[in-house]
Each structure stands twice: as C-alpha cells, then as structure tokens.
Design a protein around this ligand. Structure first.
Ligand code: IMP
Length: 179
C-alpha cells in the first residue's frame, strides 16, 4: 500500500477539491469573453486538470503536452518535447495546467513555445508553487497552494514514476528514496 510510505500529508483530497472549486469560479469570471484551451502537462497535471475542469462552467477545450526535465529528484536542465499538442492554438487564450512550479525552467520554456505557436495569451495555473526553488523568473497566474520547499508526491506528482495515484499531496519517508 502506498500510504505506508508517506511521512506527512500536506494537502488532502478535500482541500484540493475545495481550491479547485474556487479556482474554477475565478476562471469562469476571468475568461467569460473568450474561454481558454486548457493545456495539461503530462503526466503530473492529470488529476488536477480532471478535478479543476469539473468546476469550470464556461465551454473550455483541453489538450495535452508531454515535456520532461526531471530524473529522480533532480532537474536535468533540458526541456524535451515528448508529445506535442493535437490542435492549433493560433489566436487562442491558453491556460497551461501544471502540477508544480519549482525551478520554473519547464514552464518558461513551454510558455515561450506556446506563444511561438501563435497563442494570443498564455497563462499558468498550478496545483503547487515552490517559490524557494525558483531559478528562472516566472509567475503563475493561479496557484492552488504554496508548497514547502520539499520533494512532494501524490495527486499526479511522482518519484521515479511512482506515487502519482495517491489522492493527496505528501512527503515520502526518507527510506523510500533509492539514491
Ligand atoms: P521546474 O522546471 O523545476 O519548475 O519543474 C517542474 C516539474 O518538475 C514538475 O512538473 C514536476 O514534474 C517536477 N517536480 C518539481 N518538484 C517536484 C516535487 O516536489 N515532486 C515531484 N515532482 C516535482
């Protein structure tokens, strides 16, 4: 069972659902004139995007991109596209959905790429923001939670691809790291 590997829960399923409700209402207001295309970054954003979209009432569309910059607990610096968007975003309002902003390297590259594909406006919504981890200046437009500067797992976030299906965000016990 995954639960036994968790040292501490930071954000519960209910807290996350409540924040998604608030953020969904805010998105309805902010994008009333031109609904956005939600672009989820695979795979970590999937549970957050799935919860968030249920609380948005305007007619949005969704798409996914897969980029990678991490291995284990370390950023490897480079952002590589593994899966590109299916649809055109020319003249669209794009809202990037991310699990966590840490160094900011991934999002600054992705934002740049989306503008170069012709997006009219690109904003960011993230489940977690680790402000202390920032190496590149980038601001999220919507943040569900400010996160302590620790490596977290669950609700889409992984450690070596494991723990994504935990229904909450927490910290692993030290003995679970294989480094
Ligand atoms: P950034 O480019 O450093 O901002 O990295 C963002 C990406 O790194 C996220 O989408 C995650 O995949 C991964 N990441 C950063 N911090 C954590 C963490 O605490 N747990 C799991 N993944 C993380």
């Amino acid at each position: 069972m995954l639960n036994k590997d968790i040292e501490k829960v930071f954000f519960s399923e209910e807290e996350i659902r409540n924040r998604c409700e608030d953020l969904g209402k805010q998105i309805d207001i902010d994008y009333a004139d031109q609904p956005p295309v939600l672009v989820g970054l695979l795979k970590g954003s999937v549970p957050f995007l799935a919860e968030l979209m249920k609380h948005i009432s305007i007619n949005i569309q969704i798409d996914f991109m897969d980029v990678t910059s991490y291995s284990g607990r370390r950023s490897v610096g480079d952002v590589k596209i593994i899966k590109d968007l299916d649809r055109s975003i020319i003249d669209e309002n794009v809202l990037i959905v991310e699990d966590i902003v840490d160094t900011g390297k991934t999002l600054s590259k992705v934002k740049e790429m989306l503008y170069s594909k012709g997006a009219k406006d690109v904003k960011i919504i993230t489940l977690l923001n680790k402000e202390e981890g920032r190496l590149v200046e980038i601001k999220s437009d919507y943040v569900a939670f400010e996160c302590p500067n620790e490596f977290v797992v669950g609700y889409g976030l992984d450690y070596n691809q494991d723990y994504r299906n935990l229904p909450y965000v927490g910290v692993l016990k030290e003995e679970c790291y294989k480094e």
